[in-house]
Design a protein around this ligand. Structure first.
Ligand code: C5P
Length: 222
């Protein structure tokens, strides 16, 4: 495809979500939040009472689930509908993140989400946020970034985000949960979290978000 893609991969709390949204806004490109797809499948499977380690059942769920992104007028608060139900708030929790990480290690579940992800590549361009955007889904993307930050800073950012949403968590527990999830994402056999060879590594530890956005934008518009 000749439609340009900017892939932004990295661990949770690296700032990927916010940076991807702001960069997509600046470029006037579409946005793919691929983590939301895995969260939605984990959530739908939970609603159906499935055992998250039952690969066949969760794969059928991934093949049939209806996921819709409903942008708000200002683009800042996209709602996510799972089988017609607004699950935005439930999907943000660390419980949903852990469920997503569990089902994301099943190869046939990942396979079931490939076409949907590819369908986001439409003119004038796409910003794709995830773990395997630059390595597996859009290996031919002309622009690739791997965004990271220290574990302590990532836990602090997620803590602040969840606090703002009014979700009760403690920093210590959150840091342990995030480390466990990253460890699982990085060590799984299929599409592990790792930088593409041709990705620009950006460590956002201690960097204001505006500086990170500027650095990532410069990859597309030097
Ligand atoms: O980015 P987010 O925290 O929403 O992702 C939730 C989980 O979904 C990740 O921990 C990871 O296991 C999985 N994921 C993935 N591949 C992606 C995006 C997310 O495996 N491209």
């Amino acid at each position: 495809s000749s439609v340009p893609v900017l892939t932004i991969d990295g661990p949770s709390g690296s700032g990927k979500g916010t940076v991807s949204r702001l960069v997509a806004e600046q470029l006037g490109w579409r946005l793919l939040d691929s983590g939301a797809l895995y969260r939605a499948v984990g959530y739908a499977a939970g609603m159906e009472g499935l055992d998250l380690s039952d690969g066949d059942a969760v794969t059928r769920c991934a093949q049939s689930v209806k996921i819709r992104f409903q942008p708000s007028a200002d683009g800042a608060d996209t709602r996510i509908l799972v089988n017609g139900h607004d699950a935005t708030d439930e999907l943000r929790t660390e419980t949903a993140g852990a469920a997503a990480s569990a089902i994301a290690s099943i190869p046939s579940v990942r396979q079931a989400l490939v076409d949907l992800q590819l369908s986001f590549r439409k003119p004038p361009g796409l910003v794709a946020d995830g773990r395997d955007m630059g390595t597996v889904i859009f290996p031919d993307a002309p622009y690739k970034v791997f965004l990271t930050a220290s574990a302590a800073e990532r836990a602090k950012r997620r803590y602040k985000q969840l606090k703002e949403k009014g979700l009760g968590v403690t920093l210590g527990t959150l840091q342990r949960e995030i480390e466990a999830r990253d460890e699982r994402d990085a060590s799984r056999a299929v599409a592990p979290l790792k930088p593409a060879e041709d990705a620009l590594l950006v460590d956002s530890t201690g960097m204001p978000i505006a500086d990170v956005v500027a650095k990532v934008l410069a990859v597309v518009r030097p």
